[in-house]
Design a protein around this ligand. Sequence first.
Ligand code: SME
Length: 162
Amino acid sequence: MAENLIISEGGKSNRYPVLYDQIKTVIENEYDIIADMANIAAMIHQTFGFLWTGFYRVVGEELVLGPFQGPMACSRIGFGKGVCGTAWKEARTVIVPDVDAFPGHIACSSDSRSEIVVPVFSKDGDEVTAVLDIDSIETATFDDTDREWLEKIASLIQKTGA
Ligand code: SME
């Protein structure tokens, strides 16, 4: 793997394919899912400069904070709670253009204005094992391009998972 992250120029449509290829290389070279999550959070964060980029893992009845980049965050989120708990419960990506308009949003940082949460599935695809959560300081940051590529990244992790 290249030692330094390559960040391509231009908008997200240019950046995601390059990021995706680099994440694929990281995952192919490391089977430990926590190590992979740590590097993936760092790579997404470094590429886009979001407020917060990280993972919550399903541990028993809760989501527990995993590897992340950005300000400190709440450690545990219940099933169906907040944006993360909703993505877990509904097993689907949730895009929130304005967090103030999402009932039950959990404000880990008062600077967060919009958010996307993408589920990571078990290898057999039967259950959600983690979520990838990204927060932005601007409203309406995330769209179908983010959904498409972040879901592709989540599928790479799925292949590593239990
Ligand atoms: N806003 C999230 C909580 C996690 S932080 O954003 C890092 C939510 O509503 O689930």
